[in-house]
Design a protein around this ligand. Sequence first.
Ligand code: ASP
Length: 325
Amino acid sequence: MEDKKKVLVLFCGGTIVMEEKQNGSLAVPESLDSAISILKNVEPRLDSIADYDIEFIANIDSTNITPSDWDKILYQIKENYQNYDGFVITHGTDTMAYTASALSLAIKGLGKPVVLTGSQIPGEKIESDARRNLVNAFRVAIMDISGVFIVFDERIILGSRASKASESKLDAFQSINCEDAGEISIEIKIKDWVKTRAQEPHKIEIRPGFESNIFVYTLSPGCAPQDLEFLLNNQEIKGIVIRAYGTGNIPYGFETFFRKARERNLPVIVTSQCLHGKTLMHLYEVGRKALQSGAIEGHEESLETLCVKLMWGLRHFPDQIESLI
Ligand code: ASP
């Protein structure tokens, strides 16, 4: 008989363990023990899928997550890598796609599944989606695949491609400019381009550390380059993402801003405001001018991935941001 698989759960709070306060708002329980017991009660038979242990990262609404929590997750995965077949990260949905992007970038040589999941409805509620998501995350975490994934509702999405697309639908995440990595129906179907589990033994390397001081700006009609002038004068700001129109179009007049940002060594990445938008900045003159003046094209990556790439790149490869995107 095959040995039972082992999964390490990295606990990060989120709605899956939240309770309703007296005023009706949702928050994580103050006591970590209560939070963990809510998680375990979501499905007490999880150990029929895999033996599992739980490690604490943070008991928070994921709105409050910071890059230092990403570092903690990375260290836990590194430290426990040889002892488990896969990792499940229970996490709030609001910033799950950012965490998934961060892990996708900062782990090299990953040969096992790292699966993020959570729920839209608190796990204690009878109508919650927590049970299904958690059970499916465990099932995916022991499969013969490797990579960082978000498992949510019927979808398995590559961690570097996910975006939260609905605040209330149980099918909360979408894969941006890439098909889903798999589908959960009666069976779990994985696309054949997904990487398989690496042969044992193998090693991973992690590269923690993310620069928090980036600024994300969304264009709206009437905005002017002077609106961004303060960014050039603020030495604390280390990088900028501009959510431009359509294929990466920016009104005339921003050229000097891009040039000055280049001179200051301040990377400015341009992405599209369209959820599934890829930039094609050569297509229109309004995009081409920005590109010629020093903007960095975001191509097909999600906002979450671009922000995290910028944050990670600034810390580790500050002079090569452009080639990282
Ligand atoms: N605000 C919650 C969080 O991100 C939302 C959720 O978990 O679904 O922690």
